[in-house]
Ligand binder design. Sequence first.
Ligand code: CAA
Length: 285
Amino acid sequence: MEIKTVGVVGCGQMGGGIVEVIAKAGYPVITREINQELLDKGLAHIRKSMDKAVQRGKLSPEDRDAAWSRIYGTLDLADFAQADFVIEAIIERMDLKQAVFGDLSNICPPTTIFASNTSSLNLAEVAATSDRPDRFLGTHFFNPAPVMPLVEIVRALATSDKTLATGQAFVISLGKKPILAKDSPGFVVNRLLIPYLIDAIRVFEHGLASRDDIDKGMKLGAGHPMGPLELCDYIGLDTMLYVADVLYEELGDAWLKAPPLLRRMVAAGYLGRKSGRGFYDYNKS
Ligand code: CAA
């Protein structure tokens, strides 16, 4: 199946990154936000990221301008009527995701493939309100989407072989590297990454080492580009808590239970980089 136009629902941290990747790969892309302020913010963020790529010599100014001209922002989901492939990248709430796919089912032609960028929700349940569970899959990008090469392609119970093959070919055409995962809690990467990160929070909470030494340890001792506490701040502590709760609820292993410190930091509004404070204080220059 030929994909000519792509839709991305949500233009936040993940949605905006995905829009940038798709536009740079040469596809016209429509993105929808729920109000003008969020749309303007999302588009400005994409522009800044593209400008940064130009400054770093990763993108020519001509290619940036061409990619930028392929992006169309809207507040109206009805504009997705021409999309051949739609990726939903809104917040991790089942009711909202289901509402989006219910609406899209009435807007898009039956041939349009639906994908969710969910990092942790049960994909079969997300797909349940759509009219096409066979043409529904997970495409899980990683943050920052323009830089991280991986996309997890997630197969829900009803996903057809053809949909899976189209999803894989599309992701490869974006310059990304797909891996295949079953619809299971955390798929592959979060199933392995989140337990490690919450354990690092426990090590810190129990005073076994300082914040800086925990991060330094994993960077210098294990070759990770970021230490675990720095990475928690980068992902967002609210997202961390959300995914940890899903893993604990679905798998039931006590080791997956979110540390009390994480829950309290989220309650206090310490969400990491996005709120200016998490394990690190980003308001200090
Ligand atoms: N466009 C294109 N390229 C860009 C770019 C942009 N906007 N911004 C940066 N880059 C490129 C840089 O040019 C550089 O490329 P080279 O190595 O070829 O020079 C590379 O990306 C790294 O950039 P920087 O040197 O500026 O930054 P860094 O070395 O500090 O790395 C990082 C930043 C890529 C974020 C790195 O720290 C990293 O990989 N951290 C771990 C991120 C991670 O684990 N993400 C997954 C989170 S989990 C998740 O997302 C799943 C979930 O569901 C929760």
